[in-house]
Design a protein around this ligand. Structure first.
Ligand code: FAD
Length: 435
């Protein structure tokens, strides 16, 4: 079968790799000159099964109200005259009940564990290197109340098989000695030894090389303008190349993996995806003093920042702003991140050489991605991975390749348009169905 993958971010590239493994002819189309040039370019680097608590949780509505209008808030809604943003917000509120939160954590942990295993297997199969580290993820808390509130989700994650241990401040410093300067501020921590980190862009680009060697075709610098339906299925994709030449690309099946742009492409087909861009920031700083720099990947609960060590670089990422497709760098936010790094790890990095970046997370209200079938028989979805697209990339890519090939996925997850292994009917959520 010939499969056309739309988008060459983490989700498009992993889909292409696993589709090729299933024996399909694969063509990937992307508007950028290189793969992973948009949201997959400079993310936080964490493979974090333990980061399974969705933004939508019982404590979120109050926090969001407090943060409204605060320039340096970890999660900021900039209210706009934008119907998609308001609808997303309403569904988000519905996802904040304890029952929905528990359900979403189950989905996120299940896919995350499978995905981390799939990544490890892919590493063994290909020998791919991307500044990966397998030293776990340590989540530290400076507020005793937040540390207390983290116990229940951590326990649920342990019940689901993600071994997120609760540890003391002293144990945290033993695991990551660079935290010693912050010791007095620490209320406690959790540690998940099986979690990992690595450079997502490097991974994606290395995987592209392997895909090309296996015969996958990449049509880069091609902007997709439409998907055309004829007689109840997709007939072709329309795209223009870098010189504006119009092209039709035909396949037997199509996988949409265009990140936060996915809903705009499928909307004319009557498919409404509850995905809204959530802008995040990252800062990459060269290591100045190895002894002061962290090795273990960290999550700073108070500032909602993640820290990864990518070779001789420190990558710090976080914050979320729901404000349409704007990718502008806000200086206040950039400076707040650098100040926090310098306070926690004084002298570790050379902040004068900091590189700033923003990316648009393709966020669903539940933090659960949309993977599976659409209402059209040859159109598939692998999108909406929000904060966890790197963590979930390999598991999602392998699952969509199996679904396209008519095989059952190997993980119990509410795939779109399918019945999950646990017997729970999973289909496109009502809000995603078009008229
Ligand atoms: C600040 C930040 C920190 C993060 N940290 C982490 C982390 O630590 N761990 C984790 O698991 N996840 C993290 N994420 C999330 C993760 O990076 C994303 O979920 C993931 O990159 C999404 O990948 P994607 O392939 O869906 O989207 P993208 O990478 O955006 O890929 C979509 C592709 O579609 C292409 N495209 C779009 N429209 C068109 C068009 N019309 N024509 C042709 N091509 C088109 C784009 O060029 C792009 O290459 C973070 C995100 C941000 C922003």
């Amino acid at each position: 079968m010939k499969v056309v993958v739309l988008g060459a971010g983490l989700l498009g590239v992993t889909s292409a790799y696993f589709l090729r493994q299933q024996g399909h002819d694969v063509v990937v189309i992307d508007r950028q000159a290189s793969a992973a040039a948009e949201t997959s370019f400079a993310n936080g680097g964490q493979i974090s099964v333990s980061h399974a608590e969705p933004w939508a949780n019982p404590g979120a509505p109050l926090k969001l109200l407090k943060w409204l209008g605060k320039e340096d808030a970890p999660l900021l809604f900039r209210l706009r005259a934008d119907m998609r943003q308001w609808l997303w917000g309403l569904v988000f509120l519905r996802e904040c009940t304890p029952a929905r939160t528990r359900h979403n954590i189950r989905q996120i942990v299940s896919l995350g564990t499978y995905s981390r295993d799939t990544l490890q297997q892919l590493r063994r199969d290909t020998g791919i290197a991307y500044d990966q580290r397998t030293q776990g993820i340590l989540h530290f808390y400076t507020s005793p109340a937040e540390f207390e509130a983290a116990q229940a989700p951590a326990e649920q994650m342990r019940e689901l098989g993600c071994d997120r241990k609760v540890i003391s401040a002293d144990e945290a410093v033993r695991i990551e000695p660079a935290l010693r300067h912050a010791r007095d501020q620490l209320a406690g921590a959790t540690y998940t030894a099986e979690d990992e980190s690595g450079d997502a862009k490097r991974f994606a680009r290395e995987l592209v090389r392997r895909c090309e060697a296996e015969g996958v075709q990449f049509l880069m610098s091609h902007t997709i303008t439409a998907l055309r339906e004829v007689g109840g299925s997709i007939d072709h994709v329309e795209a223009t190349d870098s010189e504006g030449r119009f092209q039709k690309v035909r396949g037997d099946a199509y996988v949409v993996a265009m990140g936060s742009l996915s809903p705009l492409l499928v909307q004319p087909l009557g498919i409404r995806l509850p995905i809204y861009p959530a802008k995040g920031y990252s800062v990459t700083i060269p290591v100045a003093d190895d002894a002061r720099a962290h090795q273990v990947s960290l999550t700073d609960d108070e500032y909602k920042l993640v820290f990864s060590r990518l070779g001789d670089r420190l990558r710090i990422a976080g914050t979320a702003e729901l404000n349409g497709y704007d990718r502008d760098l806000n200086r206040v936010r950039c400076e707040a991140i650098v100040r926090r790094v310098e306070a926690l790890f004084p002298g570790a990095g050379d902040s004068s050489k900091a590189q700033f970046w923003t990316g648009l997370r393709p966020a669903t209200p539940s933090n659960v991605p949309i993977i599976g079938r659409s209402r059209l028989p040859n159109l598939y979805l692998n999108t909406g991975h929000g904060t966890l697209g790197w963590t979930h990339a390999c598991g999602s890519g392998k699952s969509i390749a199996r679904i396209v090939s008519g095989l059952a996925p190997e993980v119990d997850f509410a795939f779109a348009g399918m019945v999950s292994q646990g017997g729970v009917a999973a289909s496109l959520q009502p809000s995603m169905r078009g008229g």
